[in-house]
Design a protein around this ligand. Structure first.
Ligand SMILES: *[C@@H]1O[C@H](CO)[C@@H](O)[C@H](O)[C@H]1NC(C)=O
Length: 313
């Protein structure tokens, strides 16, 4: 087969496997989900900045997580919504690499921040007396800066390795964003190095954080079960239980997709799994981590009172 060696200047994003007659309903659904994500996360960031009761390590990490959720869904959703309306859903080569970079960047940031938050809960519950001295403002800033540095390095590594590859012939990406594993399938140069790096780095940035989170929660549960009280158990299960479900949804789908890809994974199943962590988790995080929680409700009341906003939310 003779390959066309001209350099591709754009890709076509096939988008979601949706029947044309359902297109409008899904468009409305995704638009509503995206708006919920943006507004929910913006509300959390604003509340945490405005209310001095929430100037604690836990809430500053939460505000970082909300920021990262907001950006993570903004990397894919606006383009998906625009493509659902357009006849020719194309994306330029540079745009595709940029989307991949920011997708990896905010996805990793999310992963590291979830670890930092689990560690914060672990210190708060397992050594409450030393909490303020361990979680000093300096350590908090260090943890956040470290997350940004690691994630920059990781996203840059994958993007540079991808930029090395040449693409010729097929330019149809059977996905709704420039996913790096979908891009690898289209490359016509050797992708062994990329696959090796995905596997090794994937282990470092996904599996290790996941294990650290599980370990923190295991410690939390065992320390609560040592002195069981109905209130303590109820509190632990109501906060940690819902946090654990989001964590497993995020890591479960990421690990399933990138680290154990099976040959018989249909594109529909893969797309639904990607939707889970690109759309659903950033939307659910604000509600699960905070809006159900009493401090946040109190802050909402105080900020509303201060700014004289009538009850309308
Ligand atoms: C992120 O966390 C750091 C350290 O705790 C804090 O100084 C910063 O304000 C937070 N950023 C956001 C956007 O909340």
């Amino acid at each position: 087969m003779r390959r066309n060696q001209t350099i591709l200047s754009e890709f076509l994003l096939l988008g979601l496997p949706i029947q044309p007659e359902h297109q409008h309903a899904f468009y409305a659904l995704f638009l509503a989900m995206y708006l919920t994500t943006v507004l929910g996360n913006l509300l959390i960031i604003t509340l945490i900045q405005l209310d001095s009761h929430l100037h604690t390590p836990m809430y500053s990490f939460l505000s970082n997580l909300s920021f990262s959720d907001l950006c993570f869904s903004s990397v894919t959703m606006p383009k998906l919504l625009k493509n659902m309306q357009s006849q020719l859903p194309s994306i330029p080569y540079a745009g595709c690499l940029a989307q991949m970079y920011f997708f990896l960047f905010f996805g990793d940031l999310e992963s590291f921040l979830l670890v930092v938050m689990a560690y914060d809960r672990y210190v708060a519950i397992c050594s409450p007396l030393h909490y303020t001295s361990i979680m000093s403002p300096k350590l908090c800033v260090c943890l956040v800066v470290l997350s940004w540095v690691l994630t920059t390095f990781h996203a840059l590594l994958h993007t540079l390795l991808m930029a090395r590859l040449s693409f010729c012939g097929d330019n149809v990406i059977p996905h709704f964003f420039c996913d790096f594993s979908a891009l690898l399938n289209l490359a016509c140069s050797d992708t062994h190095v990329n696959e090796l790096v995905i596997f090794v780095m994937g282990g470092l940035v996904v599996v290790i954080p996941f294990l650290l989170i599980i370990m923190s929660y295991a410690q939390i549960f065992s320390s609560i079960l040592k002195f069981p009280s109905v209130r303590g158990i109820h509190k632990a299960f109501s906060t940690c239980g819902s946090q654990l479900s989001v964590v497993s949804l995020f890591y479960g789908t990421v690990i399933g997709l990138y680290l154990c890809p099976s040959a018989n994974n249909s594109t529909v199943k893969e797309t639904v799994m990607s939707l889970m962590y690109t759309v659903v988790t950033p939307m659910l995080n604000p509600f699960i981590y905070s809006l159900r929680n009493r401090d946040m409700k109190g802050a909402l009341g105080r900020v509303r009172h201060k700014m004289k906003i009538p009850f309308c939310l």
